[in-house]
Ligand binder design. Structure first.
Ligand code: TRP
Ligand code: SF4
Length: 404
């Protein structure tokens, strides 16, 4: 795969946590569903990542894996558009992790914010382990093995993608300068033809000497349009442009999902640890019950007491689910005691049930047919492995490990 093509690849992973909730749907899955039409998407279950924190109780992982994949499918992730796979079924991730670990400074791992944060937060677990320290590097391997251009993540994961960029840069710097690189690059320029070759040289000079971003982009565009050079030459010339060696592992970018925080039943962020969730495949009766028993503005003791929607968790959900006209109706009715809280909750219950309806239907066919889920994942694993194997061959060759 050429560098240019890799820029169209999106990769993301999720730890197998079991049943997903509407916070996952609004925060992550809706975005995946959108991206699958625009990019070559690969989504995987990060089961090894689960072990970095839960190595003592791996027993639930298997069940969580399948439940989560069904939730993805229920949310509308389409196996025809995106590849779905399981990390541990692509052992190449582990070899790349090992090779990268050789050149990763310890201090890079120690300064990743989640390292100390999570150790403090999960203080009932012993996380003074090698695996836990190395987990951001395993994530780097997950990303780099597919040469992904974009990685959709939440804000907490941005430092991991940032470190991945540094790892890729360091790798390319160390191993991209094979002997004779410069000479090969010069040969490749000749293949661009006299005119394009001269423009390439000129733009490269402007970038290297003056840092002109515009020249860099123009030169990249020229390479993109060339149909008569090999992939190897093209990658060589991309690398040569920026002064360094061949780019073996391209630097990914994070695609920040800027969805607002999804409120839970108590008005805090929806999260399993707050026990305030509505599951993606929650039974309708339970959805109704959960919303009906939500606490409201404490000022509304009696039906005749006026309230303030800004002090009410129910209104936060209206902000996600209701149209402006409904919200006006709530504001007006609440502050004048014109409506009761049960009235107020009705359109919300309906909206959540409506949103879940297609998800429940899609989920049903997979729940009834687990083999279908397994075959979707088997297909995704096979595709992932093919890509991963090819990258690993490049990596081994760059490191001089391709002897037989
Ligand atoms: N670390 C991520 C999380 O805890 C999951 C993850 C693992 C991931 N590998 C990844 C996300 C690669 C994006 C890309 O949520
Ligand atoms: Fe909350 Fe609606 Fe009751 Fe007002 S009417 S307190 S917004 S539930």
């Amino acid at each position: 795969m050429s560098l240019h093509e890799s820029q169209k690849r999106v990769l993301s992973g999720m730890r197998p946590t079991g049943r997903l909730h509407l916070g996952h749907y609004h925060g992550v899955l809706k975005n995946w569903v959108k991206l699958q039409h625009e990019y070559d998407c690969m989504f995987f279950v990060a089961d090894w990542h689960a072990l970095t924190t839960h190595y003592e109780d791996p027993g639930q992982i298997e069940e969580h894996v399948w439940t989560m994949v069904i939730d993805w499918l229920a949310a509308g992730v389409n196996p025809g558009s995106a590849s779905l796979f399981i990390q541990s079924r692509v052992p190449e991730h582990a070899e790349l992790h090992l090779l990268l670990s050789m050149m990763t400074p310890l201090s890079w791992l120690e300064r990743v914010p989640s390292y100390k944060d999570q150790q403090a937060k999960l203080n009932e677990r012993d996380l003074a382990t090698y695996g836990f320290l190395g987990y951001p590097l395993l994530q780097s391997a997950d990303i780099l093995i597919y040469k992904a251009g974009h990685v959709p993540v939440g804000a907490d994961q941005v430092p991991h993608v940032e470190m991945t960029r540094e790892i890729a840069r360091r790798f390319n710097h160390l191993y991209g300068k094979q002997s004779g690189f410069e000479q090969q690059a010069e040969e490749a320029i000749k293949k661009l033809g006299r005119k394009s070759g001269a423009i390439y040289r000129e733009l490269r000079k402007e970038f290297l000497e003056k840092g002109s971003q515009e020249s860099l982009e123009k030169a990249q565009a020229i390479l993109r349009e060339q149909s008569n050079i090999s992939l190897g030459d093209r990658d060589r010339l991309y690398g040569y442009l920026e002064g360094g060696g061949k780019i073996i592992l391209p630097e990914p970018q994070s695609l920040l999902t800027d969805s607002p925080v999804m409120p839970g039943l108590d008005g805090q962020k929806m999260s399993k640890s707050y026990n305030n969730t509505i599951a993606l495949r929650e039974a309708p009766a339970l959805v109704e019950q959960k919303i009906k028993t939500m606490t409201t503005d404490p000022a509304r003791v009696r039906r005749t007491d006026p309230g303030d929607p800004n002090k009410c968790p129910v209104f936060k959900l209206h902000e996600v689910y209701s149209a402006e006209s409904t919200r006006d109706w709530v504001r007006q009715g609440c502050t004048t005691a014109g409506i009761g809280c049960i009235d107020c909750k009705r359109p919300l219950i309906d909206a959540v049930l409506e949103e879940q309806k297609p998800m429940r239907e899609r989920a049903r066919q997979y729940e009834e047919n687990p083999d279908l889920v397994k075959s979707i994942v088997a297909e995704g694993c096979e595709k992932a492995r093919n890509v991963a194997k090819a990258t690993l061959e490049d990596v081994r060759a760059a490191m001089g490990l391709d002897y037989r």
